[in-house]
Every structure is written in structure tokens, then in C-alpha cells.
Design a protein around this ligand. Structure first.
Ligand code: GUN
Length: 292
């Protein structure tokens, strides 16, 4: 069994980006610039955005954090988005989700210039991705593809079962894995909460992508020998024996499934750390494509 080590792989990707940025600097070019918009003071969002900004500094990007009050009106936020769209010094930006309930998330995401949408959430980027054009691919599916590629996991002709159909993980990964190219060419089945006899499907799978959000749902009896497991789940499960009062669990019963797997991502330390690295990669691409 090989562990698909996202912590290590994301470090390698950050080092590659850092090298590219220092070469840009040496040539006298402007370095990539990422901005993050954070509305309100949700603890988890603050943590995520904080580590995105720190990662920018680490690789040598310019970064800007824009903090806005939780009670900001939708129209004021849209004005802020318009300013960011027009800012020539900015290669890309993200609006951290979730947004307060009085703001229509879809309306905000649609207002982001697709050329600066390094989260890849705009329909224009989703469509471009589906048509195999240059596009910003959402960080989680992009990170999964990188792990499969870098560990040379065989995917061509294999049966991949994706469990989950969300717009930012299940749906895009199902498209990417069926496309031509490295870590692609798989035969993909998309399963979800309404799927009947899920275990019959997962037992036939050569590769399983779990993106359901139910801790330790996939057990050893549901998989075949030699299966490749990608676990996207990150659920906080109460555990008073832990200083934080919780532990992070994936969608896979790791210990028992690992015994049958050929490759498996741990939780934490698998898909999770890859997401920030891929956001940085998208920002670098935005700079290199010079779209603005
Ligand atoms: N909230 C949780 N994950 C993400 C992400 O990848 N991008 C944004 N913008 N918000 C998030």
C-alpha cells in the first residue's frame, strides 16, 4: 500500500512555484498577486484565509486580505467585486465561502471576472474545463489530479466511482477523470445520496473518490483488493480526549480500507493540504496567461 501524501506533495508544488517566482523576479517581472475577500469573522474561514495569505508570502506572491463587516450589503460587496475586477495589479482573487445568509452567493460568484476567478467557481471556468480549454480548475479536484499524476497511479481504462455530485468536487472530478490525458481516461460512474446499492458499485471500482461528508462511511467490505482510495471528507467529530475537543475524520474507515488498498489518501494530510497549493498554482497560471 502506498500512502498518497498530500502534505509532502503540496510542499513540493509550493517549492516549484517559489522557484518560478524567484526566476520571474530575477527577470524584473511583476510577481503574481492574489487577493482574498473575507466577509465577517467566522473562525474556520479566518483560519483558511490566514493560511492562504501565509502561503502566498512563502512562495513570494503579493497578497491582499480584504476584510469586510458581516452586515455589509450585497450591493456594497458587488461594488468591491467590481473594483477587484478592474484592478490591473491583481492576477486573481477569491471570495471566501460561506457568505452571510443575507447575501446571494451565486450572484457574487457570477460577478467575479472569470479571468481572475482562481477558485474556478464561475460557470465560464466550469464550461471551459468541461470542454478541455485552458481554465481555472477548482482547487480540490485539481489537487486530486496532481496526486494521481505525481504518484503515477494507473487510471487509463480503470473504473472510477465518484461518490458525491457537488459543484466543487464530485461533478468536476468526474469530468476530469474521464477526459483524455494523464490521470484521466477512466470510465467514471457518479454516485450520490439517491444511488441504490452503492456497495455493489464501490465493490466494482478500481478507484473510489469519496466526497460525501459522512465520516468513515466507506468500510472494507465495500471495496475490492487493490483499490485506489481518494478521501475528500473532512468532518469534525467530537472527541474529548483530544485537546481541541474534536478530531478530523474522512469519509473512509481508514485502518480497515488501507489493508485492501494499493494507494490511499490519509485524512488529515491527503487531499486537504493540496488545495492551497493548487490555489497558488492557479494564481501563477493567471499571471502567466496574462489575462488581465
Ligand atoms: N470555503 C471553503 N473552501 C473554499 C474554497 O476553496 N474557496 C472559497 N472561496 N471558499 C471556500
Amino acid at each position: 500500500m502506498t500512502l498518497l501524501d498530500g502534505k509532502q506533495t503540496s510542499k513540493e508544488i509550493k517549492e516549484e512555484i517559489k522557484t518560478t517566482v524567484s526566476e520571474m523576479k530575477a527577470r524584473g517581472e511583476r510577481v503574481p498577486h492574489l487577493a482574498a475577500v473575507l466577509v465577517g469573522d467566522d473562525g474556520a474561514s479566518l483560519t483558511y484565509v490566514g493560511s492562504k495569505v501565509r502561503s502566498c508570502e512563502y512562495v513570494g506572491f503579493d497578497s491582499t486580505l480584504i476584510r469586510l463587516e458581516a452586515d455589509i450589503s450585497e450591493s456594497t460587496l458587488l461594488k468591491q467585486i467590481d473594483q477587484l475586477n478592474r484592478d490591473d495589479t491583481l492576477d486573481g482573487y477569491i471570495v471566501q465561502l460561506p457568505l452571510p445568509k443575507h447575501i446571494n452567493e451565486e450572484k457574487i460568484l457570477l460577478a467575479i471576472d472569470p479571468n481572475k476567478d482562481v477558485d474556478g467557481f464561475h460557470p465560464a471556468n466550469f464550461g471551459r474545463m468541461a470542454l478541455e480549454l485552458d481554465a481555472f480548475i477548482p482547487a480540490t479536484p485539481f489537487g486530486i489530479m496532481q496526486l494521481l499524476e505525481r504518484y503515477k497511479v494507473p487510471t487509463s481504462g480503470k473504473h472510477c466511482v465518484v461518490v458525491g455530485r457537488s459543484h466543487i468536487v464530485g461533478r468536476p472530478i468526474s469530468i476530469l477523470m474521464s477526459q483524455k490525458g494523464t490521470a484521466g481516461n477512466a470510465t467514471v460512474t457518479v454516485a450520490h445520496s439517491r444511488t441504490e446499492n452503492l456497495a455493489d458499485l464501490t465493490r466494482q471500482a478500481d478507484i473510489i473518490v469519496m466526497a460525501l461528508g459522512i465520516p468513515e462511511y466507506l468500510t472494507a467490505d465495500m471495496v475490492k483488493e487493490g483499490v485506489v482510495i481518494i478521501d475528500v471528507g473532512i468532518t469534525r467529530v467530537a472527541d474529548q480526549s483530544h485537546p481541541k475537543g474534536y478530531v478530523i475524520r474522512g469519509d473512509v474507515a481508514f485502518d480497515e480500507v488501507a489493508e485492501k488498498a494499493s494507494f490511499i489518501t490519509p485524512v488529515p494530510g491527503g487531499v486537504g493540504p493540496m488545495t492551497i497549493a493548487m490555489l497558488l498554482k492557479n494564481t501563477l497560471l493567471a499571471r502567466q496567461w496574462n489575462l488581465t
